[in-house]
Design a protein. Structure first.
Length: 150
């Protein structure tokens, strides 16, 4: 992903198009190794890009719209939590590639709480490497930037 972002930035510069204001890399820890995760995050910072990294999975960002979660659980447990939340809201089961997830979060969740909870998690893991910061997400940093243009 990082290499692809570099290529896009270089192509844009070579074609004399307006440069990007910011470049964001969005990725999960998933099953990447400690070295892969920490190296990727270091490289992103060195390039002046921004990271919207989630440890362990992007679904943490969704959960934070409904409740605070600081337990170190795996991806499957995130899905179980989302299914519990969705059932309580009478929304059926969570679907990973749901096209209406944004609408669900806007109608039933609370974005400001999610941002606050994500910041709380970052503070909880201050000084730790990306790999060791579990659970955590930086998706809220990207969302905060995007909200400036809404």
């Amino acid at each position: 992903m990082i290499d692809a972002a570099i290529v896009h930035v270089e192509q844009r510069e070579e074609s004399n198009q307006q440069n990007f204001d910011q470049v964001w890399i969005v990725f999960d820890r998933d099953s990447f190794t400690k070295n892969q995760v920490n190296t990727a995050n270091t490289r992103i910072m060195e390039l002046g890009f921004h990271s919207a990294f989630s440890n362990e999975a992007f679904e943490l960002w969704y959960i934070l719209h409904f409740e605070y979660l600081d337990a170190k659980i795996n991806r499957k447990s995130y899905i179980k939590n989302l299914n519990r939340i969705f059932k309580k809201l009478d929304l059926g089961k969570y679907a990973k590639n749901s096209e209406n997830m944004y609408d669900i979060l806007q109608e039933y969740g609370n974005e400001q709480n999610a941002i606050s909870y994500a910041n709380k998690l970052l503070n909880l893991h201050e000084g730790k490497t990306a790999f060791n910061s579990q659970p955590s997400t930086k998706v809220h940093l990207l969302i905060t930037e995007l909200n400036k243009y809404m």
